[in-house]
Design a protein around this ligand. Structure first.
Ligand code: MRU
Length: 341
């Protein structure tokens, strides 16, 4: 693999801790504006997660870890616990949030200092980046040279500490000559694919074409893509995977057309305490997100909408789950247990 071209694919850092504040690239405004928000207390971090200033499962977990550092610098006892409970309730589906809070709270329970909590939050962020680079190599190795791939939502540097999960595989695959063309679905209603993934891919000079979400089956039928590569918000013990709404229909269409389906996520997204996808809490968001585009109303006043923002792709439709701990082909309870215990 050409490591110098890989480095040029790894320049975006959307979650940054400096000067005792958490600086977040505001993802609501991209690509029109590159504006930063500084969070100086835990409730500002909670709000940033809820309002999608920061989004993507790993990035949410990392932001929450820094939120704990801020909370512990300003509160103790019951007030601290309440601030942590508000962070935990910010969004329900991405288990990385709960995973990061559990990790930080275990230290608090052991009497850790703010300095020790700061070191732990930095470790969470650094481990995520190292894991992404490793997953990039593992996932790219599964792809035949010259392939076309499709991705959904945004799983790149914006959604993680950097480099990305599914988009990390895309970056590594392009650098290694295994991927020659990327197709990104728009990802209605919030347009993570159109606004964020295309922003990352164009900046990196990766050959990418945007498609309407509804063009996915037609694309697969054309033979232009050999893999669908997506991230995850929670992977259950049997390999069922919750990810951005629309992932389930992509998995169905991929199987129908003989296109392979890859999920790429760090082990912090794996939830062995949740037996199957049926047990995953799917976030419902405000119907206003669906009744307009980028805040501009497009639907008649008085109309109602149903806006679940995640769905579950069953393990039976997934060919490979790539984590930093290894690749699980044809995921099942047994195959998951071998890697995650
Ligand atoms: O609602 P979002 O934008 O937070 O949803 C993000 C996704 O569904 C991503 O695919 C997932 O979190 C993986 S990000 C590496």
């Amino acid at each position: 693999m050409n490591t110098s071209s890989l480095a040029s694919f790894d320049s975006i850092r959307a979650v940054q801790w400096r000067d005792h504040a958490l600086h977040l690239l505001d993802q609501r405004l991209l690509p029109q504006q590159e504006a930063w928000i500084a969070c100086t207390d835990a409730d500002q971090v909670t709000e940033a997660i809820r309002d999608l200033v920061v989004r993507g499962a790993p990035a949410i977990g990392i932001a929450a870890a820094w939120g704990v550092v801020l909370a512990a610098s300003q509160h103790q006892g019951e007030a601290l616990q309440q601030a942590l409970a508000r962070l935990r309730a910010a969004r329900p589906t991405a288990v990385n949030l709960m995973w990061a809070l559990d990790r930080m709270q275990a230290l608090i329970a052991g009497g850790a200092s703010v300095e020790a909590l700061t070191r732990e939050a930095q470790l969470i962020q650094d481990q995520d980046l190292a894991g992404n680079r490793h997953m990039g190599e593992l996932g790219a190795a599964l792809i035949e040279p010259g392939s076309g791939v499709m991705t959904h939502c945004n799983t790149g540097s914006l959604a993680t500490s950097g480099f990305g999960t599914a988009l990390g595989v895309v970056r590594a695959g392009v650098a290694a000559g295994r991927i020659s063309q990327v197709y990104a679905g728009e990802t209605r209603p919030w347009l993570q694919g159109a606004r964020l993934t295309m922003w990352e891919l164009v900046r990196d000079g990766i050959p990418a074409k945007l498609i309407a979400d509804s063009a996915a089956s037609h694309l697969m039928k054309s033979g232009a893509v050999q893999w669908v590569i997506v991230g995850a918000d929670r992977i259950a013990a049997n390999g069922d995977t919750a990810n951005k709404i629309g992932t389930y229909q992509l998995a169905i269409a991929a199987r129908h057309h003989g296109v392979k389906f890859m999920v790429v996520a760090p082990s912090s997204t794996v939830d062995m305490a949740t037996a199957s996808g049926d047990d995953i809490d799917i976030e419902l968001r405000d119907s206003a997100e669906l009744l307009g585009v980028s805040g501009k109303r497009t639907v008649i006043e008085g109309a109602e909408a149903w806006n679940p923002v995640f769905d579950v792709a069953p393990a039976s439709l997934i060919d490979a789950i790539v984590t930093e701990k290894g690749v699980i082909l044809n995921p099942s309870v047994e195959a998951m247990r071998k890697v995650f215990g």
